[in-house]
Design a binder for this molecule. Structure first.
Ligand code: GLP
Length: 236
């Protein structure tokens, strides 16, 4: 594991953007696994800046996102499709048809999950997976459990996750209680994983996840077994 501690969110975002753009420069037709949440916002801004400056080309890149709330359509402001379109895709020269987010409004959620795993395979796997981490150690929406779930699946969100994510919604009751998430199989099969976290509040979970025992009770801890993992953490 490559654990990088930086001093500011700005530095975290610059370093993460440099790694992602480095991946695209190395393999212009690469597949990027992308994440939502507040942590990647700075990274996405830096990527857009580089793209605008003509430093990096996304025209051949494909992206696949980690998760989506069940019941929110892509035009719902709190859906992850909406988040990705507005915070990244519309600011870079990517072909929107090459961007994938699970369909939270699929009539058959189980079939949608299966199709998502087939899609990862059809794309030839993920070259670089970007991750954030929840306060309970979740990655994507893989919540603490008694086992690591391999396939893309539907989850019931922990109340702490609903609480944490309620800051984006009008009220706690508006937060969907279920979501589709890529499983640990998809995440762990990425050739490279980049996890970013910031804030003093994440220090404890970062320490436990990357320097404590590997356990499904703390889903991110499985990343200790990934052969190419970079963690960037800024306390501020
Ligand atoms: C959500 C997302 C996760 C993300 C987490 C942390 O639950 N599903 O992928 O890592 O939030 O978000 P933040 O970066 O806002 O702390």
């Amino acid at each position: 594991m490559n654990f990088i501690k930086v001093n500011t969110y700005e530095e975290l975002s610059s370093r993460a953007a440099a790694i992602i753009c480095g991946q695209v420069a190395l393999k212009p037709k690469c597949v990027l696994g992308l994440a939502t949440g507040s942590s990647p916002l700075g990274t996405y801004e830096k990527i857009a800046e580089k793209n605008r400056a003509g430093e990096i080309d996304f025209s051949k890149v494909k992206t696949i996102n980690l998760d989506e709330y069940v019941g929110l359509s892509g035009d719902h402001e709190q859906s992850y499709r909406y988040f990705m379109n507005n915070n990244l895709f519309k600011h870079i020269n990517i072909d929107i048809d090459n961007t994938y987010v699970p369909n939270g409004c699929a009539t058959d959620i189980e079939a949608e999950c299966k199709a998502y795993d087939s899609l990862i395979e059809d794309l030839g796997g993920i070259d670089l997976q970007l991750l954030g981490i929840g306060y309970d150690g979740h990655i994507g929406f893989n919540e603490p459990d008694t086992y690591f779930e391999k396939a893309t699946h539907m989850v019931t969100l922990d109340s702490s996750t609903i609480e944490a994510n309620s800051r984006f919604f009008a009220s706690r009751n508006d937060v969907p209680v279920t979501a589709i998430t890529m499983g640990m199989g998809g995440i762990m099969s990425a050739k490279r994983v980049l996890l970013i976290a910031n804030g003093k509040g994440k220090r404890d979970i970062i320490e436990k996840a990357f320097f404590g025992p590997i356990t499904p009770a703390l889903p991110a801890s499985i990343l200790q077994l990934h052969p190419n993992l970079t963690v960037i953490y800024s306390e501020n």
